[in-house]
Ligand binder design. Structure first.
Ligand SMILES: Cc1cc2nc3c(=O)[nH]c(=O)nc-3n(C[C@H](O)[C@H](O)[C@H](O)COP(=O)(O)OP(=O)(O)OC[C@H]3O[C@@H](n4cnc5c(N)ncnc54)[C@H](O)[C@@H]3O)c2cc1C
Length: 371
C-alpha cells in the first residue's frame, strides 16, 4: 500500500492549485469557465487523442481538490465537476468514435458546457418513476418530457439525458441515454437558490425533440447502466471539491483563531475552540483518505457501488458540519458576508441532496450488504 502521490500527481496538484488560486474572482462566469478549462482539468481522464491528459480517477480527484482549494467560487467548481463527471466522462466512456470526435474536444477546451439531466419533478430519489419518453418513429426518436434541478441548465449547449425507450422493460433495460444538442431542447425556468451561485439550476424541456441513432449514447436500453456508472464517478470525484473547500477554510480558520483575542489571549488557546478544530481536521482527514481509497478502487476497476455511496454520504455530511463549525469559530465575523464563511456554509448545504441524497446513499450501502 502506497499513500504517496507520484511526482506527476504532485505536479498536477500544484499546477491546478497555483492556476486557480491566482484566478481573479471578479471575472464573469464565462471567463472563469474558460480560465479553468485552459488548465486542462476537464480533460484529466480523457484520452490524449481527444485532447485530454489520459489519466485516471485518482488524478481527477486530486485535480478537483486542488481547484477547489485554490478557488473560493464553489458554484463554479461544482459546475465544472458536474459537467466533467456526469457528462464528459460518460460520453468519453460510452460514446462511439464519431460522438467522441464530435463532442469531447469542445467539451474539454471550454467552448461547450454540458448538463446532466436525469431528475424530473416526480422523479428525484425515485428514479423508477421517470416520465420522459423517447418513442421510435420511422428511425427517429421523438423525445418528450421535462427535467428539473439541472445544474448548468442555463449555461448549457449540450445535455446528456435519460428517457424511457421501452416501457415493458422498466428502469434496467427500458431506459436510454441521449446526447442532445441545444437546438433540440429548451431551457426552462432557472431557480433562485441558497448557494452555489455560479452554477445555474433549472429546467430542461424536450418537446418533440427529433433525435437519430447518433444521439443515442451506448446501446438502446443501456441508460440505467450508464447513469449508475456516471453517478459512481460523480459520488467519488465530486468529493474533491468539498475536500479542497475544507482545506481552504481550515487555513483561514487557523489564521483567524491565532489573531482573534478574548480575555487577553488568542481564542485558539481555548480548548472549546481548538478541540473543535481538532474534530474538523479528524473528519476532513478521514473523509479525504476514504475518497482517495474509493478513487483507487475506481482506477482498479473494482465494483465501487458501496465505496461511492460511503464517500458521498461521509464527505457531504462532513463538509456541512465543517462549515458550520467554522462559522461558529468566526463568531459574528462568520455570519457577515465579508469573511466569506457564511457563503461556504450556504454552498455546502446542498451536498447531502445532489447526486443522490444521504438517505439514498444509505439505501445503496445496505443493499450492498444484502439488506
Ligand atoms: C444543487 C443541486 C444540483 C443538482 N444537480 C442536478 C443535476 O445536474 N442533474 C440532475 O439530474 N439532478 C440534479 N439535482 C437533483 C437531485 O439529484 C435531487 O434533488 C435529488 O436526487 C433528490 O430528489 P428530490 O429533490 O426529488 O427529493 P425526493 O426524492 O423527493 O426526496 C425528498 C426526501 O425524501 C427522502 N427520500 C426519498 N425517497 C427515499 C427513499 N427511497 N429512502 C429514503 N429516503 C427517501 C430523500 O432522501 C429526501 O430527504 C440537483 C439538486 C441540487 C439541490
Amino acid at each position: 500500500m502506497d499513500f504517496e502521490l507520484s511526482g506527476d500527481q504532485k505536479l498536477l496538484q500544484e499546477t491546478i492549485f497555483e492556476a486557480t488560486s491566482s484566478m481573479s474572482q471578479s471575472l464573469s462566469f464565462e471567463d472563469k469557465w474558460q480560465y479553468i478549462a485552459d488548465t486542462g482539468i476537464i480533460g484529466t481522464c480523457i484520452d490524449n487523442e481527444y485532447g485530454g491528459l489520459g489519466l485516471g480517477a485518482t488524478d481527477m480527484l486530486i485535480a478537483l481538490e486542488a481547484m477547489s482549494k485554490g478557488s473560493s467560487d464553489n458554484g463554479l467548481s461544482f459546475a465544472i465537476a458536474a459537467h466533467t463527471l456526469a457528462c464528459v466522462i460518460p460520453i468519453h466512456k460510452y460514446g462511439t468514435v464519431h460522438q467522441k470526435q464530435q463532442y469531447i474536444p469542445s467539451l474539454i477546451d471550454g467552448s461547450m458546457i454540458a448538463a446532466n439531466a436525469m431528475t424530473e419533478s416526480e422523479s428525484g430519489s425515485d428514479v423508477f418513476n421517470l416520465q420522459c419518453k423517447a418513442k421510435k418513429v420511422e428511425g427517429q426518436y421523438l423525445l418528450n418530457g421535462s427535467k428539473t434541478f439541472i445544474s448548468n441548465s442555463a449555461a448549457s449547449s449540450l445535455v446528456l439525458t435519460y428517457a424511457e425507450t421501452n416501457p415493458d422493460k422498466g428502469f434496467f433495460g427500458g431506459l436510454s441515454a441521449f446526447i442532445v444538442e441545444k437546438d433540440q431542447y429548451k431551457i426552462g425556468a432557472s431557480f433562485k437558490k441558497m448557494g452555489l451561485e455560479n452554477c445555474s439550476l433549472g429546467e430542461i424541456i424536450f418537446e418533440q425533440s427529433s433525435l437519430s441513432e447518433t444521439n443515442l449514447l451506448g446501446k438502446e436500453g443501456g441508460g440505467a447502466f450508464i447513469f449508475n456508472h456516471s453517478m459512481e464517478w460523480e459520488r467519488i470525484c465530486l468529493a474533491g471539491i468539498h475536500l479542497g473547500a475544507m482545506q481552504r477554510v481550515l487555513a483561514k480558520t487557523i489564521e483567524f483563531v491565532k489573531q482573534r483575542k478574548s480575555l487577553g489571549q488568542s481564542i485558539g488557546k481555548f480548548q472549546g475552540v481548538s478541540h473543535t478544530i481538532a474534530d474538523m481536521v479528524c473528519t476532513l482527514d478521514v473523509a479525504r483518505n476514504y475518497a482517495y481509497k474509493s478513487a483507487w478502487c475506481l482506477d482498479h476497476k473494482k465494483n465501487v457501488s458501496k465505496e461511492a455511496a460511503i464517500t458521498k454520504l461521509f464527505v457531504s455530511n462532513t463538509v456541512k458540519n465543517f462549515m458550520l463549525n467554522a462559522m461558529q469559530i468566526f463568531g459574528g465575523y462568520g455570519y457577515i458576508t465579508e469573511y466569506g464563511i457564511e457563503q461556504e456554509v450556504r454552498d455546502a448545504m446542498a451536498a447531502t441532496i445532489y447526486s443522490g441524497t444521504s438517505e439514498v446513499q444509505k439505501n445503496i450501502i445496505v443493499s450492498n450488504l444484502g439488506i
